[in-house]
Design a protein around this ligand. Structure first.
Ligand code: HEC
Ligand code: HEC
Length: 287
């Protein structure tokens, strides 16, 4: 019967829609953008990082990479602590994205040393043979324009110092991109907080087992060779030939990674595979 009274119906429909709008849009604004929601350790981008961010947009990296870790167990295990809204206050526009041809990058900062990124951008397949990420080696040939970047910082209202602007001359787009990568997700100390620690007794389940060494050799080529060399000879990371680390210690290093050292944690491979790698490193050169 209401539908026969157009004006009353219109008023009621408007009211119904308004309730929805207020609950889903207006109230969250009041709740979310409060001082309590700010994270004090989150800082604006430096001129170099901001330029990297603009290049990220120019190159369309967001077509293959997301920048948000959802609060789901599988994502947190793979990428690290889930993203907090306060971490994006300086992202204009945000780059959460929706397509993951490549992995999420919200927590990429500090995962690898700079040298890894330089080599990976220049030639991804040299580090991850099956990667379909395109080369970006030419970024290293383009110089930055300090005056242009100064203007961008002014428009955004981000603080910068004269020394930072001067420091841009001689830097390339590649330097900017790597600096941006290292900034992403590293403003909050999540690594210490969410590190998976090895608890209880650790004991090699298959010491010196031939099949385990064989499987470990393959896993090593996939996950470690890019940084430690095909024959353990070292590269971005140290030589692993004769470290003399016992099985339990080696297992722990691989499982937990080296915080601040640029060696990622391999807990996501699962205990079994980590032990196979341990066996490859410690037993394949038995006399
Ligand atoms: C065609 C899709 C594609 C594009 C475009 C692309 N990537 Fe990737 N990216 C990938 C894939 C797939 C991987 C996983 C394999 C690898 O590491 O190379 C990856 C890996 C990465 C990694 C390592 C992530 C990790 O946790 O190991 C970084 C960093 C990265 N990309 C940054 C970028 C940046 C910055 C750009 C833009 C300049 C970009 N990518 C463009 C597909 C892409
Ligand atoms: C992104 C590059 C990278 C990858 C991939 C990587 N590492 Fe490392 N690794 C490093 C760096 C850098 C260090 C030195 C860290 C430090 O001590 O500051 C290191 C250190 C180590 C150490 C010595 C730790 C110590 O306390 O002396 C071992 C053992 C090791 N890595 C084994 C491995 C194994 C096995 C893999 C594969 C599962 C692997 N790494 C993958 C970069 C990497």
């Amino acid at each position: 019967m209401w539908e026969k009274k157009p004006f009353l119906f219109l008023a009621m429909a408007t009211a119904a829609i308004l309730v929805g709008t207020i609950i889903t849009m207006v109230l969250p604004f009041a709740w979310v953008n409060t001082e309590a929601d700010r994270i004090s350790s989150v800082t604006p981008y430096t001129p170099l990082e901001q330029e990297g961010r603009d290049l990220y947009i120019r190159e369309g990296c967001n077509n293959c990479h997301t920048q948000t870790v959802r609060p789901l167990v599988a994502e947190v295990v793979r990428y690290g602590d889930y993203s907090k809204s306060g971490e994006f206050v300086y992202d204009r526009p945000f780059l959460w994205g929706s397509k993951r041809t490549g992995p999420d990058l919200a927590r990429i900062g500090g995962k690898y040393p700079d040298a890894w990124h330089y080599q990976h951008f220049a030639d991804p397949q040299s580090m991850i043979p099956k990667s379909n990420m395109p080369d970006h080696d030419w970024l290293a040939e383009n110089q930055l324009d300090p005056e242009m970047i100064r203007r961008k910082m002014e428009v955004l209202g981000f603080p910068y110092s004269e020394a930072q602007i001067q420091g841009l001359s001689g830097k390339t787009e590649m330097d900017a991109m790597v600096a941006y990568m290292q900034k992403l997700g590293s403003d909050i100390p999540w690594r210490q907080a969410s590190q998976t620690l090895v608890v209880g007794e650790v004991k090699n389940p298959f010491p010196g087992d031939a099949a385990a060494i064989e499987a470990g050799a393959q896993l090593y080529q996939q996950h470690c060779a890019a940084c430690h060399g095909k024959d353990l000879e070292g590269g971005i990371g140290p030589e692993l030939g004769d470290m003399g680390m016992d099985d339990a210690d080696l297992y722990q290093v691989l499982f937990e990674g080296v915080t601040d050292g640029g060696m990622p944690s391999f807990s996501s491979l699962g205990s079994d595979r980590v032990w196979k790698i341990v066996n490859f490193i410690n037993y394949s050169k038995e006399p």
